[in-house]
Design a protein around this ligand. Structure first.
Ligand code: NAD
Ligand code: GLY
Length: 372
């Protein structure tokens, strides 16, 4: 992992042998053709975006790509988590085939995590693999989903259940795009930034607390540091465990409870980052209940998550058997095995571990966290 800083422009590299790549972070990147100079060449490129992002940024990206690709197409998908489906994925293959794209065609994912995950999965499978570039335009996608090669779609029975590990050729985080992000989406991205503190870096947690006002005000220097440090931590974890044989699972802190919230409420009702924020509250409380972290650290985290504009009271998913519903949904988690749920828990500030927990304790944490 290396990083080179000059004012606000930074580059973080992710070391994965022949699949290594860099993450460019800075303002104004998508409007500069130099940003795209060192990518694989092809006769065609396809920018995949959605109805919210394409009108804002697709033309800038297209103009920057024209010097390198004779034909640049733009595909505009419907917007939202509810469209992270097989049917929408098919639209990407339809566009690739109807334009006569070949196995050199480069895909550019322009949007948040939904567009990034789907485009990455399309790139992994079209003609058994074509190059793709992530251009994340949400804070969440810049600090998490665009980095590390997890791609995929949802299944009605579970989130991100169909997908592939497939690394991009490059990640381009243009910080200026964050200025048009709705506030609720900014807070959702802050959840994934906060996540890196308790699992890996308490100094970063201190920094986030000290700069939360700047982050909420989208101050460019604060955003630049938050994106850079988050990408460094993620790159460090992924370089050691690309396919989540062990360590990488710590990046799922808050996600076991969070995925239950997302699925239980219906995809798109709670934003992914909101569900993760609330899920971190639940996972921290479970860690405290197991005596792994002190209550003061747990409450500090809850205060920060709330101050970031995220919900800290969990929703009731079933008034008749709420904890039972959470448990049933959490058994669908990819970390679950033979029906046993594995949680990412805090084992002291800055250190995460994977553990099962007694059901009675999990039930009591769910009850105490829910907004009855
Ligand atoms: P999203 O992709 O739905 O984007 C949020 C909203 O903001 C959308 O309406 C989008 O169109 C809009 N938007 C995006 N950029 C914008 C901009 N610059 N200005 C204005 N509007 C903009 O949601 P997300 O939070 O980016 O991503 C969530 C998804 O990411 C989930 O599906 C989650 O499972 C996935 N995810 C994947 C990984 C991974 O490692 N692959 C990690 C975390 C999350
Ligand atoms: N967002 C979790 C991971 O990339 O592993």
């Amino acid at each position: 992992m290396h990083s080179v800083s000059s004012t606000l422009a930074t580059s973080v590299s992710i070391d994965l042998g022949s699949r290594s790549y860099s993450i460019a972070i800075g303002p104004g990147l998508i409007g500069q053709k130099a940003t795209f100079a060192e990518l694989p060449r092809a006769s065609q490129a396809l920018i995949v975006s959605n109805t919210a992002v394409a009108p804002l940024y697709a033309e800038q990206v297209r103009a920057s790509l024209i010097p390198y690709y004779p034909r640049v197409h733009v595909l505009v998908l419907p917007d939202g988590e509810a469209f992270k489906t097989w049917e929408t994925l098919q639209l990407i293959f339809d566009a690739l085939l109807s334009h006569g794209c070949d196995r050199k065609t480069v895909l550019f994912a322009l949007g948040g995590g939904v567009v990034g995950d789907m485009t990455g999965f399309a790139a992994a499978s079209f003609m058994r693999g074509v190059p793709f570039v992530q251009i994340p335009t949400t804070l969440l996608a810049q600090v998490d989903s665009s980095v590390g090669g997890k791609t995929g779609i949802n299944h009605p029975l579970g989130k991100n259940m169909v997908g592939a590990f497939y690394q991009p050729h490059r990640v381009i985080c243009d910080l200026d795009t964050l200025q048009t992000l709705p506030s609720r989406e900014l807070s959702a991205g802050l959840a994934e930034i906060i996540k890196y503190g308790p699992i890996a870096d308490t100094a970063f947690l201190d920094w986030i607390e000290a700069h939360l006002t700047d982050l909420l005000a989208r101050a460019p220097h604060a955003l630049a540091h938050a994106v850079q440090r988050s990408c460094e931590i993620k790159a460090w974890v992924v370089a050691q465990d690309e396919r989540e044989a062990g360590l990488r699972a710590i990046l799922n802190f808050g996600h076991t409870f969070g995925h239950a919230i997302e699925a239980g409420m219906g995809y798109g009702e709670w934003l992914h980052g909101e569900a993760v924020g609330c899920g971190m509250v639940m996972a921290a409380r479970l860690s405290a209940a197991l005596g792994m972290v002190d209550l003061a650290f747990c409450e500090r985290l809850v205060r920060l998550i709330a101050a970031a504009g995220l919900p800290v009271r969990a929703p009731v998913l079933d008034p008749l058997d709420n904890a039972g519903r959470y448990l049933a949904l959490m058994r669908l988690d990819k970390k679950a095995s033979a029906g046993a749920i594995t949680f990412v828990l805090i084992d002291g500030p800055g250190r995460a571990v994977m553990r099962e927990a007694p059901e009675v304790l999990v039930r009591s944490v769910i009850d105490s966290c829910c907004a009855f």
